[in-house]
Structures are given as structure tokens and as C-alpha cells.
Design a protein around this ligand. Structure first.
Ligand code: AMP
Length: 190
């Protein structure tokens, strides 16, 4: 299973991605988590990306290509993986296509978690992390619309896109997501 999650910041895609990865027993690969770990550990990569991440901008495609190529070459990714936060630009999607082609693999699905923008801002402010000022949140959303949203058409054309309504209770979103993969899920009240 090789699955990509796309969704704006605050869509809950990380939570859903973890759940789907658990069900399939494949690694949940979040490039945001990997970069935050690099920042916390003070590695050269971390030092390079720290300021970029804090501003809500994207790390450059060449740096991300190295990060993802190394991660996908690890043994645990051999059986499949769930990518959360990569690709985030059309050039990144092309890089991933090249990595897959070299490995003789294909994607199984691209899940888009959709949530209206006002709800995203509300959720982000509720979360209230120190770096989540309204300005940075709006910048992340702007970058998503400009750089990442074009991936929706890219993967739809390739017949891979599946859309999930993320503006619902978490358990409900999980149930619908698992339903897309033909997996039953007991959810009280759904
Ligand atoms: P996330 O946790 O996925 O929202 O990622 C947090 C931050 O890490 C983003 O705002 C970007 O600065 C950076 N980042 C994570 N993944 C990528 C990517 N695929 N391309 C560029 N920057 C990324």
C-alpha cells in the first residue's frame, strides 16, 4: 500500500493518516514531523529549515527530495507507506513519480481531506501553539492554495484521487476513510 494524504493545515489529515497507517501496519511518514525532529536535534537540515518553517513557507523542493528519497529507501518502507505532507508542490509530485518508477512501484490512492477555510483558522487558533499566530496560519493556507492545491487536479487526472469530507467528527471521518478501503470500523453513533 502506497498512499498519499493531501489536505490543508488543520484538516486533521495527520490524525487520519496515523490511523490508516496503523490499520495497514505500514509506516506513517510525515515530512513535517521529520523536519521538526531535525530542528529539535539541531542537525544541519534542522538549522536550514527552522526559519522557513516558522514563517509558514515551504522548504525548497531539492532539500525535500533528499529527505524523502532517503526515508523511502529505509527497509520499513518496503511493504508500503503512507505519506503525510509530501508531495506539496507539482515538482515534488514529479520527484515522487520518479522515485516510484525507479523502484517499479505505483501509488494506490491519494486522499484529499477537505475542510472549509474558516473552520481551519478556527481550529488552528484553538490549538494555540506559540508559532500559530493568525498571520502564520493564513500564510500556510495561502501557500496551500497556491502550491499544493494544484496537486488535486494532477492526481485526479491520474485516477488516484479520493475525497473525504474532513468537516465532521474525527471518528466519522475515520470510518468513511476506512470504508473507502473496504475496511469496516465500529463507530458508536455513526
Ligand atoms: P506540516 O507538519 O506537514 O504542516 O509541516 C510543517 C512545515 O514543514 C511546513 O509548513 C513546511 O515549512 C515544512 N514542510 C513539511 N513538508 C514539506 C514539504 N513536502 N515541502 C516543503 N516544506 C515542507
Amino acid at each position: 500500500m502506497r498512499i498519499i494524504f493531501i489536505g490543508p493545515p488543520g484538516s486533521g489529515k495527520g490524525t487520519q493518516a496515523k490511523r490508516l497507517a496503523d490499520v495497514h501496519a505500514i509506516p506513517h511518514i510525515s515530512t513535517g514531523d521529520m523536519l521538526r525532529e531535525a530542528v529539535a536535534a539541531g542537525t544541519p537540515l534542522g538549522n536550514k529549515v527552522q526559519g522557513i518553517m516558522a514563517s509558514g513557507a515551504l522548504v525548497d523542493d531539492a532539500t525535500m527530495a533528499d529527505v524523502v528519497r532517503d526515508r523511502l529507501a529505509k527497509p520499513d518502507a518496503g511493504r508500503g507507506y503512507l505519506l503525510d505532507g509530501y508531495p506539496r508542490t507539482l515538482p515534488q509530485a514529479e520527484t515522487l513519480a520518479g522515485i516510484l518508477q525507479d523502484a517499479g512501484r505505483e501509488l494506490d490512492a491519494v486522499l484529499l481531506v477537505e475542510v472549509p477555510e474558516d473552520e481551519l483558522v478556527r481550529r488552528a487558533l484553538l490549538r494555540g501553539r506559540a508559532d500559530d499566530t493568525e498571520e502564520v496560519i493564513r500564510e500556510r493556507l495561502r501557500v496551500y492554495r497556491e502550491k499544493t492545491a494544484p496537486l488535486i487536479g494532477y492526481y485526479r487526472e491520474r485516477g488516484l484521487l479520493r475525497v473525504i469530507d474532513g468537516n465532521r467528527p474525527i471518528e466519522d471521518v475515520t470510518a468513511r476513510m476506512l470504508g473507502l478501503f473496504g475496511i469496516g470500523h465500529e463507530v458508536a453513533g455513526v
